[in-house]
Design a protein around this ligand. Structure first.
Ligand SMILES: [Zn+2]
Length: 228
């Protein structure tokens, strides 16, 4: 069984840490699979993947696999897409799902009922092409997560739980068990997600985590304003 956190932001969007720092931190926390899913870019995920391959070549015991991903702002809301490579994706939901599947990617609506943070809301029910649904997001409200879990049950889709970490300390604050023994390739992880060989493990942010989260979002905005 593997532990996976499949929704993490790096410096390539609004995250604080580099892909290398995220990987180092995930290794320390005993996470086996991560996906770096920056807003509208695969850059962080691809850099992380290359770094994880480097680690695998140099050591035999410590292993971590990075699945390249993206949190794409579609016309209807945020969608997580996991791929083996950089894929140019359209922003119309139906076209996005088709293009992603043509390229063997896995498509998961991000925090669908957290409409404050661009969740799809009830639009999630309009499409049957989801491979899984993010049923637990450590940054979403309990009510939003409850409704996401309900959607996954109604639609018969597997559920994933993710941290949506923007700072290192939140990596792994929620995670998903992948029910396979070992993952040496991205394909194996994507297949397991498609087959629903996963089990979400809910987790949340402590008061301290939430204070750090707010502090970082203020700092990030200040950096942007100052062009830092
Ligand atoms: Zn996110």
């Amino acid at each position: 069984m593997l532990i996976a956190d499949l929704h993490i932001h790096s410096v390539y969007s609004d995250g604080k840490a580099s892909p290398r720092e995220i990987i180092r931190h995930a290794l320390i926390r005993g996470i086996n699979v991560i996906s770096i899913t920056d807003h509208d870019t695969f850059k962080g995920g691809l850099e992380g993947y290359r770094f994880s391959r480097e680690i695998a070549r140099n050591t035999s015991d410590t292993k971590i696999l990075v699945v390249p991903g993206i949190e794409l702002r579609s016309y209807s809301g945020d969608i997580l897409v996991y791929c083996e490579n950089d894929v140019e994706l359209p922003r119309e939901v139906g076209l996005l799902i088709d293009k992603a599947h043509e390229n063997n990617c896995v498509v998961v609506p991000a925090h669908p009922f957290d409409t404050w943070r661009h969740g799809l809301g009830d639009v999630v029910y309009d499409y049957d092409g989801w491979d899984a649904i993010e049923v637990w997001n450590a940054h979403a409200s309990r009510n939003a997560n409850r409704r996401a879990l309900e959607a996954s049950r109604i639609m018969g889709k597997p559920g994933v739980a993710n941290s949506d970490a923007h700072i290192l300390e939140h990596v792994g604050s929620a995670y998903t068990y992948i029910l396979i023994e070992d993952a040496s390739s991205i394909t194996e992880v994507l297949d397991a997600l498609r087959k629903g060989l996963i089990k979400p493990h809910q987790g949340g942010l402590s008061l301290k985590d939430n204070i750090e989260r707010v502090a970082w979002s203020i700092e990030y905005r200040a950096r942007k304003i100052l062009g830092d």
